[in-house]
Structure formats: structure tokens, C-alpha cells
Write a protein that binds this ligand. Structure first.
Ligand SMILES: O=C(O)CCC(=O)C(=O)O
Ligand SMILES: [Fe+2]
Length: 267
């Protein structure tokens, strides 16, 4: 069994930013109430995959295990709007990406029994640098993209926790050819409670693990980025449309996060 990570609740914005920059991730206990978790799970059960929007839905009879992932759920139900800018999470996101940052995706993801281990990976490696350059304390790469995971179950090893290798974003590269540890540190599991959240930067080495339980894992992911990084709202070429009834309920900050920016470079 993999070691689990110590889940440290950082109290101040500065400490949270420091954890994201130093460890590659930061933990938020009880980000969501039990009611919010229940409401999200209910909507996720109801949502249907739209292949045009790059959603996926396989079930045990087709691909061996349930894998239902619905993109851009902020456009599917108003229940998701408030999760674009959870008060504590958004402060860290804006601190690292800038006050004009935006959401590049929001995915509701259900993974059932039989889901295999992912390989250890980075979500995106914006820049590769030699490790001795990365070891120089003067070298600090911008945080280009982050993802927050809202866990909607109490997570235990058999349910398939996310695992992280703390500090591995300082490798200056992603893992190669099945490499699964960095400087002797193995991936370690986030065993948290339903409603807890973890925000991580795109270049930290991590993976989702096998679901060997009899239960489906429910996860809500929100992806954020510096404004200069494009939003990923398929279908493309003018076919993605915001749902007016949902957009009309968004706050000014939520609208900005969805793309209502003031004019800037290249606009
Ligand atoms: O399933 C998880 O916990 C993590 C998933 C992940 O890292 C990915 O799909 O890129
Ligand atoms: Fe990932």
C-alpha cells in the first residue's frame, strides 16, 4: 500500500501559495458542505455525455469499467457556478495566475470499479529545464495552469486516490518511460474526506490510481490558467454556446472566469 500524504491545512493565503509553489499542491479541508457534495453527486448522476463536447461515457459492459466524464459542467447546471470561485481556492488561484486568470475547463468525473492505475504524469510541462538549473533557488517558474479536485467521497486506498510526488514540479521535465518516482520519492495518496479539495500545479508528478472497491468515485475538477492560455470549451469553431439561463445567474467574477475579460494584449 502506498504511503499517504500528510494533509496539512494551511491557514493563510501566503502559506497556501507557498505550499502550491513548494510542494506542488495545497489541501483545503471541508471546502464543500455535505449538502453541496450531495447536490453535486445528484446532478452528476443525471448528466448525460455529449460526444460532440468531448464527453466520455463507458460502462462495465463496453470498456470494462464505468468512466463518465462530462466537460464544462458550468454550462450544464447552475449548481456548478459557485464552484468556479470557491472563496479560499480562488484567492490562491488569482494570487498565482493573476487577477485576470480564467477557467479553462470544469469536468465532472465518475470512475467505477475496475478503473486501472494511471501512469505517473504531468498534466502539462510548459517548459523543460535541466535539473541543475531547476535546483538553483533563483529559478522559479510561473504557475501556468492549476487544477482543483473536489472529492465527493471519503477517499480510501481501494477507491483510487490521487497520488502526488511532493516537490516533483522542480524536476524540470515530466516522467519518462514509466518512471514512477523522483529522487527516491514514490507517489503518495491523498486520503481525504468528501468535501475536501486539493489544488495542484500542472507540472507536479501525479496520477489517479486503480479503483478496486465496489464503489464509484465522484470527482469535480476545475482547471484554471493565466489568461494568455486558451480556454478549452469544445465543440470548437463557434459551436460552443453558453446557456443564457445559466450565464444570467453568474456573478461578475464568475463571468470573468468564464471569459468576460477587459481588453488586453492581442485583443
Ligand atoms: O483521477 C485522479 O485522481 C487524477 C486524474 C489525473 O491526474 C488525470 O486524469 O490527469
Ligand atoms: Fe493528471
Amino acid at each position: 500500500m502506498a504511503d499517504c500524504l500528510d494533509l496539512v491545512a494551511r491557514k493563510t493565503l501566503e502559506q497556501r501559495v507557498e505550499a502550491l509553489k513548494g510542494d506542488g499542491y495545497v489541501y483545503f479541508p471541508e471546502a464543500l458542505s455535505a449538502e453541496e457534495v450531495g447536490a453535486l453527486r445528484n446532478v452528476m448522476d443525471r448528466l448525460e455525455a455529449c460526444p460532440d463536447e468531448f464527453d466520455r461515457h463507458t460502462d462495465p459492459s463496453s470498456r470494462g469499467f464505468l468512466n463518465k466524464s462530462i466537460n464544462n459542467v458550468f454550462n450544464r447546471d447552475p449548481v456548478f457556478l459557485s464552484h468556479l470561485d470557491h472563496p479560499e481556492v480562488i484567492d490562491v488561484v488569482e494570487a498565482v495566475h493573476g487577477s485576470d486568470c480564467h477557467v479553462i475547463g470544469m469536468t465532472a468525473w465518475m470512475t467505477g470499479p475496475g478503473r486501472p492505475d494511471q501512469g505517473v504524469h504531468v498534466d502539462w510541462q510548459p517548459l523543460e529545464l535541466p535539473e541543475d538549473v531547476m535546483d538553483d533557488p533563483r529559478v522559479e517558474l510561473p504557475v501556468y495552469i492549476t487544477t482543483v479536485h473536489y472529492y465527493l467521497d471519503d477517499i480510501y486506498e481501494e477507491l483510487g486516490p490521487t497520488q502526488f510526488i511532493p516537490g516533483s514540479h522542480r524536476a524540470g521535465r515530466g516522467p519518462s518511460n514509466g518512471e514512477s518516482s523522483w529522487r527516491g520519492v514514490e507517489p503518495r495518496s491523498i486520503l481525504c474526506s468528501g468535501g475536501d479539495a486539493v489544488l495542484f500545479r500542472c507540472e507536479v508528478w501525479h496520477r489517479g490510481t486503480a479503483n478496486t472497491s465496489g464503489q464509484v468515485r465522484y470527482l469535480l475538477q476545475v482547471h484554471y490558467a493565466q489568461r494568455m492560455i486558451t480556454q478549452k470549451f469544445p465543440p470548437y469553431l463557434n459551436r460552443f454556446q453558453f446557456e443564457p439561463a445559466i450565464l444570467s445567474r453568474a456573478t461578475a467574477r464568475q463571468r470573468r472566469l468564464l471569459g468576460e475579460h477587459v481588453q488586453s494584449n492581442y485583443d
